[in-house]
Ligand binder design. Structure first.
Ligand SMILES: CC(C)(COP(=O)(O)OP(=O)(O)OC[C@H]1O[C@@H](n2cnc3c(N)ncnc32)[C@H](O)[C@@H]1OP(=O)(O)O)[C@@H](O)C(=O)NCCC(=O)NCCS
Length: 440
C-alpha cells in the first residue's frame, strides 16, 4: 500500500466481503502444480486467513506432476486417454505413497505455529478421512482404465460435521470403493463433485497463469459457462502443461456452473495474494466463470459506437448526459469501456485523461433494464484501475442527477476551481452540473 490512508480505505471496503464470505463453504482445488509452486506457503497463509474469517474450507489436493515424476523414477510409464491417466495395478503403491506424502506435507504446513511463521498463535485442525467413495471408470473403446476411478459419492454429512467443528477438511485425488479398493481420481473431479454435493458458495481453482486470456492475450475477468466451454475445448487441443491445467480447470468450472455452483474462480498459484485480491476487492484477480457473467466488461472498439449511441441517446434527450456526435464517439472510442450482453451494449463509461495526472469520468450509462445489478460499480472499478495504470491520482466527474451515487463510491463534493483549467473553460453554466472528485 502506498500510504496509510489507502490501507485504511482498503480495510474498510473489505468488510462487505468479509461479511459476505463468513460461514460460506468454499471448495479449493490445490492442483499438484500448485503444491510444487514456490508461492504455496503464501497460499496456505491466505487460506488460514480465510479460515480465521469464518469461511468453511474444503481443500482438495491433486498430485498429477508428482505421480508422473515418481512413476518415471521407478521406470513406469503413464498413458493418458480422454484426459485421464490409465492407472495400472502395479502403479498404485507408488501413487498411494505420493498422495499420502503430499497430504501429510499439507497438514504439516497448516500446523506451523512457530515464531516468525505466518501461522504463529493459530491453532488450525485439518482433518482427512474416507469422505469420497469411488467407482472404476471402467473399459472404454476397449481400453481398461483399471485403477482410474470416478467419484461415486461425497459423504456430505461427515464433511459438514467437521466444518461445523471449525475444522478444515482435506480431500485428495484418491477415493475408496465399496469393495475396499483405492482408486486414482482427478483432483478437479473431486473438487467439483464436493462443491456440488456441499452446495458450496464457490469453487476456487488455482491455475498456472493470471487467468484465461483471449486470442489477443487480454485477460478475461469474467466468462459465461458457454465461453468457458469454448476455451476449454481450444486449450484441450494443446499439449503444454499450462494449457492442460487450464482446460481441466475450465471443465471443472463449467460442470460446477451447470450444477448451481454459480461462481468458480480461476486464480494464479504463482501470484502472491491473488486469492485475497479476488475475494476482497472490487477489482478482483484471475477469471471468474459464472452464470451471472454473461455480461462481459470489455474495452470498446469502433464497432461498438452504434450500440453506445443507442444506449445514451435517451439520456441525452433527457439532458442527463451531454450530447456526443457519432464522429466524436468514433475518435474517442478508446476512452470507453462497455458491458456487453449477448452482443448488445448494456452499459458504458469513459475515462478522459487530463494534464496534471487528473482524469474525467464521463458518459456513465446503464440500460434501465439492467440497472441495480452492479454494472455501474464494476465499470467504475475498472476505470479506476485504468486510471491508476495511467498514473492518474485524481478523478473528477460532472453530474446533474447522480451525485449521491458517486458520493457513495468515495467521491467528494468539489468546486469548479478544482477542475483542470481546460475543463473549467468548457463548463456549461446552464447545466449547473455538480463537481465531484476522488483521490486515487
Ligand atoms: C447511476 C447509474 C450509473 C448506476 O448504475 P447501476 O449499474 O444501477 O449501479 P449499481 O448496480 O452499481 O448500484 C445501484 C445502486 O445505486 C443506486 N442509485 C442509482 N442511481 C442513483 C442516484 N442517482 N443517486 C443515488 N443512488 C443511485 C441504486 O438505487 C442502487 O442502490 P440500492 O442497491 O441501495 O437500491 C445508473 O443508474 C444510470 O445509468 N443512470 C442513468 C445515467 C446517469 O445518471 N449517469 C451518470 C451521469 S454523470
Amino acid at each position: 500500500m502506498a500510504n496509510n490512508n489507502e490501507m485504511i480505505e482498503w480495510f474498510r471496503s473489505s468488510s462487505t466481503y468479509i461479511n459476505a464470505h463468513r460461514n460460506k463453504i468454499f471448495v479449493v482445488l490445490l492442483s499438484g502444480e500448485t503444491l510444487a509452486s514456490a508461492n504455496l506457503p503464501n497460499i496456505i497463509y491466505d487460506l488460514n486467513l480465510l479460515h480465521s474469517l469464518g469461511v468453511k474450507l474444503v481443500l482438495v489436493h491433486g498430485s498429477r506432476p508428482q505421480i508422473t515424476a515418481a512413476l518415471a523414477a521407478s521406470g513406469k510409464q503413464s498413458a493418458y486417454r480422454r484426459k485421464l491417466r490409465i492407472t495400472e495395478a502395479h502403479s498404485m503403491a507408488t501413487i498411494k505413497q505420493v498422495v499420502g506424502g503430499l497430504s501429510i506435507d499439507l497438514e504439516a504446513m497448516f500446523s506451523m505455529g512457530l515464531r516468525n511463521s505466518p501461522m504463529q498463535g493459530t491453532d488450525i485442525r485439518v482433518c482427512r478421512g474416507n469422505f469420497v467413495t469411488a467407482k472404476p471408470v471402467g473399459i472404454h473403446d476397449g481400453i481398461d482404465f483399471q485403477y482410474t476411478g470416478k467419484v461415486r459419492k461425497i459423504h456430505t454429512r461427515a464433511i459438514e460435521q467437521q466444518l461445523a467443528q471449525n475444522n478444515i477438511v482435506l480431500l485428495s485425488n484418491l477415493g475408496y470403493s465399496r469393495t475396499g479398493e483405492v482408486f486414482n481420481l482427478t483432483g478437479e473431479e473431486v473438487a467439483t463433485e464436493a462443491a456440488i454435493a456441499l452446495n458450496a458458495e464457490k469453487l476456487i481453482l488455482f491455475i498456472p497463469s493470471d487467468g484465461i486470456k483471449d486470442s489477443k492475450g487480454n485477460l478475461l475477468e469474467a466468462l459465461s459457462p458457454a465461453d468457458a466451454q469454448t476455451y476449454a475445448a481450444a486449450l484441450a487441443q494443446k499439449e503444454d502443461t499450462e494449457s492442460v491445467c487450464l482446460s481441466h480447470a475450465l471443465d471443472a468450472a463449467v460442470k460446477a456452473c451447470a450444477n448451481k455452483i454459480n461462481r468458480s474462480h480461476l486464480i494464479s498459484f504463482e501470484k502472491n495474494g491473488a486469492l485475497l485480491q479476488e475475494l476482497f476487492t472490487r477489482e478482483g484477480n484471475g477469471s471468474l466463470v459464472s452464470t451471472d457473467s454473461f455480461a462481459e466488461l470489455i474495452d470498446a472498439t469502433i464497432d461498438d459506437v452504434v450500440g453506445i449511441i443507442e444506449l445514451i441517446k435517451p439520456l441525452e434527450q433527457e439532458g442527463i448526459l451531454v450530447e456526443r456526435s457519432r464522429e466524436l464517439l468514433e475518435t474517442e472510442i478508446e476512452n470507453f469501456k462497455i458491458v456487453k450482453l449477448e452482443g448488445t451494449v448494456i452499459a458504458c463509461a469513459a475515462l478522459y485523461p487530463y494534464a496534471d495526472n487528473r482524469g474525467e469520468l464521463a458518459c456513465i450509462a446503464i440500460h434501465p433494464q439492467y440497472q441495480k445489478n452492479g454494472h455501474g460499480d464494476r465499470l467504475l472499478a475498472s476505470l479506476e484501475l485504468r486510471a491508476r495504470t495511467l498514473k492518474l491520482n485524481t478523478l473528477f466527474v460532472l453530474t446533474t442527477v447522480t451525485d449521491h451515487w458517486f458520493l457513495e463510491k468515495g467521491f467528494v463534493a468539489a468546486s469548479l476551481a478544482d477542475l483542470p483549467e481546460k475543463k473549467q473553460q468548457l463548463y456549461n453554466y446552464q447545466r449547473k452540473s455538480k463537481v465531484l472528485i476522488k483521490n486515487l
